[in-house]
Design a binder for this molecule. Structure first.
Ligand code: DMJ
Length: 571
């Protein structure tokens, strides 16, 4: 069983000898601060509690670490000069139809933003039918998820006025001084990813400082016996004991996750952003906590490389206490998806130096292909889910990102494997397109199945909805960039037309409850990832390849571009 245990003692570590180099001693001190007081028993139904209640140090020790370190400055100008292509491209002559389609997508973005601004600015999402805002409980009291998610898309589309409106909101109204329970994963991919991308694209300091401040608030989630973070963290101030924020800095596992486990796609989707937080701050604590081990706090990859993997597969639930799998459910869709994405992207972002990530990706993909990839009776290739050795012949919409990922990885697989993986990527993307083409709205369901005579269609009422998700157009964008086969632009344009017809309402875009009826019922929610991802990938599909070139950028799992690390930009 998964009982609460104490993290390592918060004392000067044994091996911090006076002879140790100064940088190392500073790191050790920081990490000792991070270790925090003993664990607490979780209130209510919560599974695990660890971390920083009443912590005497500043938030996570990172600010204190800054006091002892030589001042660090990231040289933004030098970084910009290092890019191989202008961020927004060179704009050579292009055919008028492509331009017109791109302009249409830009208009959709403006419409989505304008309505959010008018009815919901400062809330997390727009409710386009009732014309008000939605806050939800994923972001621990943080607001403006749509603003932060939209920043880089507005910038790339040259919606200058709208970008300035969004920036002004971040400067004047984005309050990080909140006290609530947040998803570590969602805050990381949407807020940290969005702020980092906005900084790298524009050089505006406000985005960098907000990203770093927020990043520090996430660090206590790593205070577990293995260093595998828990899924939920309280974002409250951690430097004072307060009657009003008794849980600040503490973290929990999701109540619904088996036996206090952490989720593969959550703890496996931090690496890109946390490396950039370290790069920009000069503070190694983010990267170390996200990737390497200090003071016996096992890092994420170490734990994963140590634990035995059934048939080479990675199950979705892992105990942050023991470092063992809690359940044998494997999926390249929800709960697993972006873990695999971040392995290949970690390698690409490191300018192909992070060979550990590449090997983990290659091995994982080999196991997935062997045990999960299947062909339907009708000849469609799909990726099934695996439950303790039994295949569930279902593919989630979320799993449709994998066509793009496999194509991206194929580029670097060596000639023979390259063609093999490009074929696999094309087949999976084709299957996902079929899931759209076989619906009445030409939008795809949340999940589709290949059993009981069904092929690429939802068989359960509860899986028929479409919430403006990006994964299918994400794969079209990568497949277009890597093959230039015009069918991907054609398929992307089909999605644009379907969104306009079935999801556009008077005050924004809404998800729909059933893709198999042309009189859809709207779910009254304009998801922030529609602006961050769906519209951005559609727009890029109709851009030249040098706009956010894949030579210079990797997209985080929320489509926020982060630069490939060609050099060290310390001023
Ligand atoms: C996004 O927040 C991210 O793409 C995440 O990785 C998965 N789900 C949504 C969009 O569907």
């Amino acid at each position: 069983t998964d009982l609460p245990r104490s993290p390592p003692a918060a004392a000067e570590p044994r091996h911090a000898s006076p002879a140790a180099p100064r940088r190392l001693r500073e790191k050790l001190r920081t990490a000792a601060r991070m270790a925090g007081p003993p664990a607490h028993t979780a209130p209510g139904s919560r599974q695990q509690v660890q971390g920083g209640e009443g912590r005497a140090e500043t938030a996570t020790g990172a600010p204190a670490a800054r006091e002892t370190r030589a001042p660090f400055r990231f040289d933004y100008q030098r970084f910009r000069q290092s890019l191989r292509h202008p961020v927004r491209g060179r704009r050579p002559g292009e055919d008028p139809e492509t331009r017109a389609r791109r302009m249409k997508i830009k208009e959709m973005m403006k419409f989505a933003w304008d309505n959010y601004k008018q009815y919901a600015l400062g809330k997390n999402e727009l409710r386009p039918l009732t014309k008000n805002g939605h806050i939800g409980n994923m972001f621990g009291g943080l607001r403006g998820a749509t603003v932060v998610d939209a920043l880089d898309t507005l910038y790339i589309m040259e919606l200058e006025e709208e970008f300035q409106e969004a920036k002004k909101w971040v400067e004047k109204s984005f309050d990080l001084n909140v006290n609530g329970e947040a998803s570590l994963f969602e805050v990381n991919i949407r807020y940290i990813g969005g702020l980092l991308a906005a900084y790298y694209l524009t050089g505006e300091e406000v985005f960098k400082s907000k990203a770093l401040e927020l990043g520090e608030k996430l660090l206590p989630a790593f205070n577990t016996p293995t260093g595998i973070p828990r899924g939920v963290i309280n974002l409250g101030r951690q430097d004072t004991r307060s009657l009003f924020s008794p849980c600040s800095g503490m973290s929990w596992s999701w109540g619904w996750a088996s036996a206090g486990s952490s989720i593969l796609a959550e703890f496996g989707t931090l690496h890109l952003e946390f490396l950039h937080l370290s790069e920009l701050s000069g503070n190694p604590v983010f990267a170390e906590k996200a990737s390497t081990s200090q003071l016996g706090v096992m890092n994420i990859r170490k734990v994963l490389n140590r634990v035995e993997k059934p048939q080479g597969l990675y199950p979705n639930f892992l105990s942050p206490v023991t470092g063992n799998w809690v359940q044998h459910h494997v999926s390249i869709g929800g709960l697993g998806d972006s873990f695999y994405e971040y392995l290949i992207k970690s390698w690409l972002m490191s300018d192909k130096k992070d060979s550990e990530a590449k090997k983990m990706y290659d091995d994982a993909l080999e196991a997935i292909e062997k045990h999960l990839v299947r062909k339907s009776a009708g000849g469609l290739t799909y990726i099934a889910e695996w439950r303790g050795g039994i295949l569930d012949h279902k593919m989630g919409h979320l799993a449709c990102f994998s066509g793009g990922m496999i194509a991206l990885g194929a580029e670097h697989a060596g000639e023979e494997r390259k063609q093999h993986y490009m074929n696999l990527a094309a087949e999976i993307t084709n299957t996902c397109h079929e899931s759209y083409a076989r619906s009445d709205t030409k939008l795809g369901p949340e999940a589709f199945r290949f059993d009981a005579g069904s092929e690429a269609m939802a068989t359960r009422l509860s899986e028929r909805y479409y919430i403006l998700r990006p994964e299918v157009v994400e794969s079209y964008m990568y497949m277009w960039r890597l093959t230039h086969d015009p069918k991907y632009r054609q398929w992307g344009w089909e999605v644009v037309k379907a969104l306009e017809k079935h999801c556009r309402v008077e005050a924004g875009f809404s998800g729909i409850r059933d893709v198999y009826t042309t009189t859809p019922s709207h779910d009254n929610m304009q998801q922030s990832f529609f602006l961050a991802e769906t519209l951005k990938y559609l727009y890029l599909l109709f851009c030249e390849d040098d706009v956010l070139s894949l030579d210079d950028w990797v997209f985080n799992t929320e489509a926020h571009p982060l630069p490939v690390n060609h050099t060290n930009f310390k001023a």
